[in-house]
Every structure is written in structure tokens, then in C-alpha cells.
Ligand binder design. Structure first.
Ligand code: G1P
Length: 295
């Protein structure tokens, strides 16, 4: 099972971040000095994948421009700021971006289905465009690589899960599972944002998936579900129940932020700001002083 392509659905309206997201996609909001999307791209590159299929809605040119050559900027930086020049050049050289437009915002399931022409019948990874994950030790983007290893070992689709508090259950896709090993579960069902009393577990989906291409067959059959949207989780439930396919769940060893949420976004900025090579020390000192002050 070789995974050569990763899909990033980035076509959401970003309503949780209005008015900032009126003209800028939420994936381009910065965490310290990098857009959220770049952390996700780095996570993909760390897993050895360079072909990235981006599903976009409005404001698409901003993202495409980010991964394209900026002649004026590179020309200006080349002799004066070699370090910044390298960084900018690196971004576009690292990845091969395939951009697909989702013409109507019909839901996450529909966005993933839009990737089919670029994926064909190969297994592929999906990373949601507003969830960012890091290794606990190095704080480098990390997650999908670990999930790909699980998918390869079990020769089937795999999905990341995380245990959430009861009050959080209705915000996520939730899996029903049977334990099969250490940090390994067989997925028996998937439910989108259930009420707590109807949730089959407290294991939620944090937005990292490895799918067999049969997910496309099920996505095509999926009718609008929760909130009138074509839900990825509905097709996942079919794939998990398919006797020839199946799905494994695992908890990734990562620190994860929902950067599409105001609180998660600020937490990510604080954590990465404290570890930033240029401003980390000064920022830590500021926080210590600030928190020591009376409110
Ligand atoms: C989406 C998915 C949900 C998943 C969540 C993770 O929901 O539909 O299954 O748990 O992302 O962030 P959204 O947050 O887009 O409403």
C-alpha cells in the first residue's frame, strides 16, 4: 500500500473566523509567521509525499500564489536576505500542487470526492485544512506519516482518533470500535456529530485519514446527511463495514490544535511563539510577566 498523494480540503467558508476570512481563506491565517496550510504541507512532506491535491472554494488564487514563484520577492531577497530567499524558494520546490475547485460548498464528503480525477484508484491521505499536529519532542509538523504506517501494516484504510470530553462529542465525527491491539481498533461505525447520549464512544476524528479509493464509490452514493451536507463520515461508515475493505483507528502521538477555532488558533500561536527561534525567549518572558500581573 503506497501512498503517493495527499488531499487537503480547504474549501470551507471559514465562518468561525469572520470577518478575517471574508477575503483570506482561513488556511492562510498565520500561526506566528507561517500560514496554517504550510504546517499541513510540512506534515505531508515529512511523510515522504510531494503530490498534494488541494480542494478549494473561494479566494483560490491566494493559496496557489503562495506555492508559486514570486519573481519580484525572490529577486529582491536573493542578495539581501539569503535566509528568507531560501525559505520562500523551498516552499514552492518542495511540493507539486494540484488544485481542484469545489464549485459548490456541498460538504466535506463532496470536497473529497472532487479529488477523484487526481487520485484515480490509488489509496491516498486526507488532512483537514485547519487541524495542525506536531511531534511532542521536536514540535515539527507530524501525524499523517504515523497513520500511513498503520494503514500499511494493516493493509486497509486507517483513521486517526482522539478521546474527547463529553461536552466535545457533538462537535466531531465519532467512531464505534472494537479493540484489536495496543492503540489499534477496528472501526465498526462512524457517526457525524452525534448527541452525547447517542454517541457510540468518545473517540473523535481529528481530521487525518488514509483511504482506500473505494471511498469514492461510497461518496458517490452518499446523500446529504447531518446539516444537509454530504458527509465524509457517512461514506467512511460504509467503507468500514465493507467486508473486503475495513478500517483501523489509532491515536496519533501528537500535539494537535484546531486552528480553525479562535481558542485553538490562539493556543497554537502561544505554543509555537514560545518555541520560535527568533522571538521565543522574549515571548516567554512576556508571558511570565503578564501572567504574574494582576488581571
Ligand atoms: C469535520 C468532520 C468531522 C471531524 C472534524 C474535525 O467537521 O465532518 O467528522 O471530526 O471536521 O475537525 P467540521 O469541523 O468541518 O464541522
Amino acid at each position: 500500500m503506497k501512498i503517493q498523494k495527499a488531499v487537503i480540503p480547504a474549501a470551507g467558508l471559514g465562518t468561525r473566523f469572520l470577518p478575517a476570512t471574508k477575503t483570506i481563506p482561513k488556511e492562510m491565517l498565520p500561526i506566528v509567521d507561517k500560514p496554517i496550510l504550510l504546517y499541513i504541507v510540512e506534515e505531508i512532506v515529512a511523510a515522504g509525499i510531494t503530490d498534494i491535491v488541494l480542494i478549494q472554494g473561494r479566494n483560490k488564487t491566494v493559496i496557489e500564489d503562495f506555492f508559486d514563484k514570486s519573481f519580484e520577492l525572490e529577486y529582491t531577497l536573493k542578495d539581501k536576505r539569503e535566509d528568507l530567499f531560501r525559505q520562500i524558494q523551498d516552499i514552492r520546490e518542495k511540493v507539486n500542487l494540484i488544485s481542484i475547485r469545489q464549485k459548490e460548498a456541498l460538504g466535506l464528503g463532496h470536497a473529497v470526492l472532487c479529488a477523484q480525477p487526481a487520485i484515480g484508484d490509488q489509496p491516498f491521505a486526507v488532512l483537514l485544512g485547519d487541524e495542525i499536529m506536531f511531534r511532542r519532542d521536536t514540535w515539527r509538523p507530524h501525524g499523517i506519516g504515523q497513520l500511513i504506517e498503520v494503514a500499511q501494516k494493516n493493509s486497509q484504510s486507517a483513521v486517526a482518533v482522539m478521546e474527547v470530553a463529553p461536552s466535545e462529542v457533538s462537535k466531531y465525527g465519532i467512531v464505534a470500535v472494537e479493540e484489536t491491539g495496543r492503540n489499534l481498533w477496528k472501526v465498526t461505525d462512524v457517526v457525524e456529530k452525534p448527541a452525547l447520549n447517542q454517541a457510540p464512544s468518545r473517540l473523535a476524528l481529528p481530521g487525518r485519514y488514509v483511504f482506500d479509493s473505494k471511498i469514492f464509490t461510497y461518496l458517490k452514493e452518499t446523500k446529504p446527511g447531518k446539516n444537509g451536507e454530504i458527509q465524509l463520515t457517512d461514506a467512511m461508515a460504509q467503507l468500514a463495514k465493507d467486508p473486503d475493505k475495513g478500517m483501523t483507528a489509532t491515536v496519533l502521538d501528537t500535539v494537535r490544535f484546531d486552528a480553525g477555532d479562535k481558542l485553538g488558533y490562539l493556543q497554537a500561536n502561544v505554543e509555537l511563539g514560545m518555541r520560535h527561534p527568533e522571538i521565543g525567549t522574549a515571548f516567554r518572558e512576556y508571558l511570565i510577566k503578564k501572567l504574574g500581573d494582576k488581571p
